[in-house]
Design a protein around this ligand. Structure first.
Ligand code: PGA
Length: 255
């Protein structure tokens, strides 16, 4: 895995009220407070960010948002700017999740603008890419991913992308209980790294963390993390329960 520090990220999606989010975060802090040798991030809904930030401050858990809008401020009803996220305590932001692409009209072009504005505001972007079941069946997996990566990162320099994290989330594996096999995950992660190498050079390709997402659970994390190009996980359903998520975070204890 070269020198890439693993990142285990929890995407809470549209779950948890403020008080539920605070309770979950407090419980998680207790379970993972002994410093683990991985980076840990949780992404609660916007409404709970500031309160959860107070809970995780000074712990090994970082805060992330699930989306942002690229403008600094203005008449954009319902949107949240990068500096608002920073002021709420965020360090990371998830961009281009397949649910946003599927239900909210997110495109590679909007993903590109969001990645740019997150970098400009010192937020670490976690850019999601992934193929649908149909695209996989039609053997289009690599061409779809190549396009998502190239378009999403168009116009960036090597230096811009130093903190970038990519999350490979096959759409057919999200919330379905179907996980890509470890070999399927490794094959795609290697492809993504090669794409990065071709476009941004070997040094950057080697340093960028590529997470796997899609039905990650305590019982498959160890095998996934044994793959040389899998540098962590973006966890949805299994991140909502602190006991379960802490087992994923502490996967190294079971290797
Ligand atoms: P899942 O979701 O772990 O529930 O499959 C992953 C994600 O959508 O980030």
């Amino acid at each position: 895995m070269d020198n890439r520090r693993p990142l285990i990220a929890g995407n809470w999606k549209m779950f948890k009220t403020c008080s539920e989010a605070v309770e979950t975060a407090k419980h998680l802090v207790k379970l993972v407070s002994t410093s683990v040798d991985v980076d840990v991030m949780i992404a609660p809904p916007f409404t709970a960010l500031a309160q959860v930030s107070d809970v995780v401050k000074g712990t090994c858990i970082s805060l992330g948002a699930q989306n942002l809008y690229w403008e600094a401020e203005g008449a954009y009803t319902g949107e949240i700017s990068p500096s608002m996220l920073v002021s709420a305590g965020c360090r990371y932001v998830i961009i281009g999740h397949s649910e946003r692409r599927q239900y909210f009209g997110e495109t590679d072009e909007s993903v590109n603008k969001k990645v740019k504005s997150s970098i400009n505001n010192s937020l670490i972007p976690v850019m999601c890419v992934g193929e649908s079941e149909k695209e996989r069946e039609l053997n289009e997996t690599f061409s779809v991913l190549d396009k998502q990566v190239k378009n999403g990162l168009e116009g960036f320099s090597h230096d811009d992308l130093k903190t970038l994290v990519i999350a490979y989330e096959p759409v057919w594996a999200i919330g379905t209980g179907k996980t890509a096999t470890t070999d399927q995950a490794q094959e795609v992660h290697k492809f993504l790294r090669t794409t990065l190498e071709i476009n941004f050079g070997n040094m950057l390709a080697k340093s960028i963390r590529i997470l796997y997402g899609g039905s990650v659970k305590p019982n498959n994390i160890v095998e996934l993390m044994s793959m040389s190009d899998v540098d962590g996980a973006l966890v949805g359903g299994a991140s909502l329960d602190p006991e379960t998520f802490s087992k994923i975070v502490q996967f190294q204890n079971r290797t």
